[in-house]
Ligand binder design. Sequence first.
Ligand code: NAP
Length: 501
Amino acid sequence: MLDDATPNLQSRLQLGAVTDVDIAILGAGFAGMCMAIALQRAGMHDFVILERADEVGGTWRDNHYPGAACDVPSHLYSLSFAPKADWSRVYPTQPELLAYLCELADAHGLRPKIRFGHDLRGADYDAETGRWRLDTSRGVVVAKKVVSGTGSLSEPRAPTLPGLERFAGKTFHSATWDHEYPLAGKRVAVIGTGASAIQFVPEIAAAPAQLDVYQRTPNWIIPRPDRAYGSIAQWIFRHVPGVRALYRASIYWKQEGRVLGFVVHPSLMKIGQRSALRHIAAQIADPALRARVTPEFAFGCKRVLISNDWYPMLQRDNVELVTTPVAEITTDAIIDDAGRRRPVDCIIHATGFYASESPIAAKIRGKDGTSLAHTWRDGEQAYLGTLVHGFPNLFLIVGPNVGLGHNSMVFMIETQVAYIMRLLAHMRDRGADVLDVRAAVQQRFNDELQTKLRGSIWATGCKSWYQHRSGKITALWPGFTFDFWRRTRAFDASHYELGPS
Ligand code: NAP
């Protein structure tokens, strides 16, 4: 449904004039759309969503590589207020998730509020006016408040490998997959063996004449208990009261139980490690290959992967697992540290994202003109992953230390959106135009987080994208998600500075 403010807002934007809104939301993925729906429900319609692409969906729009799917079960990896009874499988595929998000945009009438093709170039807070000025590829938007829903894994990171720029063949990143490029009969190299590679490499393995998989660090992998939901199960989810909600709750608590191993008693992870070792033993007969795929770090230190077809794929005749580091890339080949040259037509980067030091942080400048990137030079930090001192009226969704290794990010997103709504209501009730978190509150919160994180499985010696370059763990929430929920609900007005500007 369009609200009264919409036509006005649209015409202002179409004229290319500076647009003045109460709230600008960055990104139309799960986070941005969840925020927009909450605002609409509260009768707050003076907002706009700035989206760099031409469709909604965020990471589920961008990551359309073969086999892309979510490794959190579908009935939990969805918004609590937008249930879907007819999920096709336990683990939702990318097309199904994208369709879910498109339907969400349509069902809540969000599309008229979204400015597609608006790529953020800079966001500057003006302390004089108490406004954010957002420079986009299609004009300027001025907003009293900014909610960033740009995601923590949205900026693909290409590898830095000597000579890569000279390579004359085809290259692309897993997050920018080129479906037009035929892999059949080609010599293909995949760099990286993380969560993305583990999904697409088995899918494409039959096509190339030769497929070289470059593994820098092996990951722990456990079986993937996926299955389709039959029409009877879907009927029950839709028609029998309470079943779907109970099922969702059961998945949540099962996932939540994993925190015991990740944070409370890391020694419990040995149970998972044994299961992963059994998985290797069951799928690989060759002791030498078993050794090459067995990690040296503790189970859970890096993200645990789920796959039934990774190890079988590695044993195909046209596949070679390369564990010798890359020394150099020439115009048509990759040369490893042992001097072996492997000719290649196409290099696929499965090398992950800027989870830390994301380029967007350099574009956002707060009260004294300092960028988030500079403020976070020793590692990202925020208060409850949402507020950063010195950046008034900026609300982050999936900010620092909100990521999870064990449960659904959609739960965290909904929790943060509810928290932001509470903060906005607090501003309204106090007649305040500006809200900032107190520096001491933010520091105390982060000191506590880092103390907890130092005892977690993630701090047992591996190197992962959960960490900032400094080694500080900046991506993950160290505890139960219901504890995060509890802390965002225990609202303490003394934690915030309010002002007229
Ligand atoms: P990733 O897990 O960070 O994996 C990147 C891979 O590239 C690693 O194997 C890494 O090796 C390797 N690598 C990076 N730079 C390299 C270099 N210069 N030379 C050689 N190897 C290099 O990235 P991702 O697979 O895209 O996944 C990122 C995250 O996205 C996941 O952890 C997950 O949170 C999310 N994701 C989720 C799903 C899902 O739900 N199923 C699917 C895909 C992604 P090292 O280990 O040695 O660094």
